[in-house]
Design a protein around this ligand. Structure first.
Ligand SMILES: Cc1cc2nc3c(=O)[nH]c(=O)nc-3n(C[C@H](O)[C@H](O)[C@H](O)COP(=O)(O)OP(=O)(O)OC[C@H]3O[C@@H](n4cnc5c(N)ncnc54)[C@H](O)[C@@H]3O)c2cc1C
Length: 329
């Protein structure tokens, strides 16, 4: 690929309540691979009202942080954020613009692509370099088909799936450059007037290192408490299949799968989960999978590193007791 004068890779680093969102930091990893090809820098772009914490986090993982601060960016307004992103793309002429595959990341890259006529790839889970071609792997049909997608424009705009890439190792902190972007009043076509937070427990499945998931096989809300107990004991987060949620054993925020959250913990324990495609597509990026199911032919065993054939209501109490004992030693 002829990169021309485009060398740098720009990564939009989304923030949530003043903190850098993990998938934004993870996007710095494929950015580093691309920068190795172009000979350019990896630049993280942070936009908000107080970028200090996110900029500090990014600085140790890239070659430079661009910090755009201003009251216009306070409510996460996509119109204003797109202005900032476009201004930085025009100024730094990157070869690629990357973001996390979050609703905001998808919206911003799509808007940028529409404005600048860019090739856009969404939800990439891997990056391959073949000859001089940059290929992004994009799962479709619930992860049953993996497409290799090439974006033939410079810059290209790409979102990456949470958990698909590891965060870069921290090294010496790069400089943070304050940039100013004026957002014209007529550029803002829609504003967030009020944000109403759901009053529920915070469920951070995407960033969890351990997830214990319960499926229909748990049988009842009372039995589902075993899943919660094991998750708590391991310092993990509770996941659930769709039927477990439909049974109201746990809130929808816990759903893993095609229409729930895409997760990639180091350890995933599936209890009474059959392993339907729509579920597996959400957890196949897990590091180590333990499955407990009484049906030895359950498809979940195809993706499990350790399979326990048995009744979850008998296996889980033993596991819990054993872990308690070991923790007490
Ligand atoms: C468009 C679409 C989107 C969907 N999105 C999602 C999604 O995001 N997430 C999701 O999870 N599903 C989703 N589904 C539903 C999905 O197809 C499956 O129906 C669902 O994942 C099955 O959940 P399950 O494994 O809990 O239940 P089941 O398939 O009923 O499996 C229960 C399992 O528990 C085992 N079992 C029973 N009793 C015990 C016991 N005592 N001990 C141990 N094992 C036991 C059984 O052997 C069985 O394998 C979606 C479906 C569609 C059509």
């Amino acid at each position: 690929m002829d990169w021309g004068n485009r060398k740098d890779i720009l990564v939009f680093l989304e923030q949530k309540e003043g903190k850098a969102v993990n998938v934004g930091l993870e996007a710095l990893t494929p950015a580093r691979t691309l920068a190795g090809l172009t000979g350019g820098r990896v630049l993280a772009l942070v936009v908000g009202t107080d970028n200090a914490a996110a900029a500090e986090k990014a600085a140790v993982c890239c070659d430079g942080v661009l910090s755009v601060e201003g009251s216009a960016f306070g409510d996460g307004c996509a119109d204003a954020l797109t202005c900032a992103l476009e201004a930085m793309v025009n100024k730094y002429v990157p070869a690629a613009v990357l973001a996390g595959n979050t609703p905001l990341g998808r919206e911003l890259t799509a808007r940028l692509s529409a404005r600048l006529c860019l090739g856009s790839v969404q939800d990439a889970t891997a990056l391959k370099i073949e000859g001089d071609q940059v290929l992004w792997t994009v799962p479709v049909y619930g992860g049953t088909v993996l497409n290799d997608v090439a974006a033939d424009t410079l810059p290209m705009a790409v979102t990456v799936r949470s958990g698909a890439f590891s965060k870069p190792e921290a090294s010496v902190a790069a400089a943070v450059t304050a940039e100013t972007v004026e957002v014209p009043a007529d550029a803002v076509k829609a504003r967030v007037l009020e944000a109403v937070k759901e009053i529920s427990e915070a469920v951070n499945l995407e960033e969890a290192k351990v997830i214990v998931t319960g499926g229909r096989g748990m049988g009842s809300k009372e039995n589902f408490a075993l899943v919660e107990e094991l998750a708590q004991l391991l310092g993990g987060v509770v996941g659930a299949t769709r039927p477990a949620i439909e049974e109201a054993w746990v809130s929808r925020a816990h759903q893993v799968g095609q229409s729930g959250k895409i997760v990639a913990p180091a350890l995933y324990i599936a209890c009474g989960v059959s392993g339907a495609t729509q579920h597996v597509s959400g957890m196949s990026g897990s590091g180590y999978v333990v499955a407990i199911n009484k049906d030895e032919d359950a498809p979940i065993f195809d993706v499990a590193d350790v399979g326990i054939i048995g009744d979850a209501m008998q296996v889980l109490p033993v596991m819990i007791e054993e872990i308690r004992k070991r923790k007490a030693e």
